[in-house]
Write a protein that binds this ligand. Structure first.
Ligand code: DAH
Length: 358
């Protein structure tokens, strides 16, 4: 058989299918005809299996002709199947049959985790591997833990850096996760390695980059001989794990009353690889986290002797990190309940080690 003969044969098969398909009154009959035509031993099925019998140079065009015939015939069957399904289910419901338990179920939307939760789990896992524990503290805090014990007395101008929701009972909504540094020192004493993911609140006007409710993750490591070198090593590892590549960092001086020296840690911009772009304001660097060596006054408030122990602390902005990681431009999506703000779950369950209340 040559290609022209094949084309003729295929067109006969199609005409035959068209003629018979309209008369079929049930899905079962349609299935039977389909297997007679397309099944392995069917008229079209056999031809499909016979490409190998054609001379090598003709196989390309034979394949094309056969595939397009196969597609056309499949469409004829599908169209008829849809029509028969509709009329059979209409007949069923007339006869009082309302559900067919053999039909596949309706697809369900799969739940997914909030971007902040996804980043939090990731950060927790990284620090668990380094032997850090995960702690939590209260969202309603006292002035003592939120400010005083962190070397920010009532007269200190640094209080203005964090606009505060004061409560009628004299307490406040914590403006950062740093108060849990003191709680952890009091509870566990040195040596100490912990992180504290949690919700924080500031009396802010909301816009695309400011929220009154956001997430931070505090980090604290205290032991004998801890230095800035330890801080840099841990921060580099954290960023490498989160962004899945080595990230260049730099430290600039930064002022926070509870650390001395205090730093702003920048990482090289991931968008332009440090060349300078709109995201990094042409600097090649993105400010990623404030950190520093725990101030001796803070160690003392936590009951730790600053002559014997030193430590570093950092305050990772989880909300900001999630925005960077998932390319979210407007912070307002985070608390909006808008399901489009959710990320596909990378993991289905939370960290294996639970959080502890400090
Ligand atoms: N608590 C600070 C804030 O929310 C951030 C911070 C800065 C935390 C330096 C730290 C640190 O632990 O060392 O603005």
């Amino acid at each position: 058989m040559d290609v022209d003969e094949l084309k003729k044969l295929l067109s006969e098969i199609k005409t035959d299918v068209k003629a018979r398909i309209g008369e079929l009154a049930s899905l079962e009959k349609l299935r039977q005809l389909e297997s007679q035509i397309v099944g392995k031993k069917g008229r079209l099925g056999e031809l499909l299996g016979s490409i190998g019998k054609f001379p090598k140079e003709a196989r390309g065009s034979v394949g094309q002709v056969l595939n397009s015939a196969k597609k056309e015939v499949a469409e004829l069957f599908q169209t008829r199947r849809t029509a028969l399904q509709a009329s059979e289910s209409a007949a069923d419901s007339k006869a009082g049959v309302t559900a067919d338990p053999t039909l596949p179920g309706l697809p369900r939307n799969v739940g997914s985790v909030h971007p902040v939760t996804a980043v939090q789990w990731e950060v927790e896992e990284i620090f668990e591997r380094l032997g850090f524990t995960i702690e939590t503290g209260p969202e309603m805090e006292s002035d003592y833990y939120n400010f005083e014990a962190l070397n920010i007395p009532a007269w200190h101008p640094a209080r203005d850096m964090q606009d505060t929701f004061w409560l009628e009972n004299g307490m406040l909504l914590r403006t950062h996760t740093s108060p849990v540094q003191i709680r952890a020192m009091e509870k566990f004493g040195p040596p100490l390695r912990c992180i504290v993911p949690g919700r924080c609140f500031r009396y802010e006007t909301i816009d695309a980059s400011h929220e009154n409710t956001f997430h931070q993750c505090e980090g604290l490591m205290i032991d004998k001989g801890i230095s800035v070198a330890n801080l840099i090593a841990v921060m580099k590892l954290l960023l490498r794990e989160v962004f899945h590549r080595d990230v260049a960092i730099r430290l600039r001086p930064g002022y926070f009353p509870f650390v001395e020296p205090g730093f702003e840690l920048d990482m090289s911009c991931m968008i332009c690889n440090g060349d300078g772009c709109a995201t990094c304001k042409k600097s090649g660097w993105i400010e990623i986290l404030p950190c520093g060596m725990v101030h001796p006054n803070v160690l003392k408030c936590g009951g730790i002797d600053p002559h014997e122990y030193t430590g570093f602390a950092f305050g990772l902005g989880l909300t900001r990190l999630a925005m960077m990681k998932y390319g979210i431009r407007d912070i307002r999506i985070m608390n909006s309940g808008d399901l489009r703000g959710l990320v596909h779950p990378e993991r289905l369950c939370g960290p294996l080690i639970g959080t502890r209340q400090c």
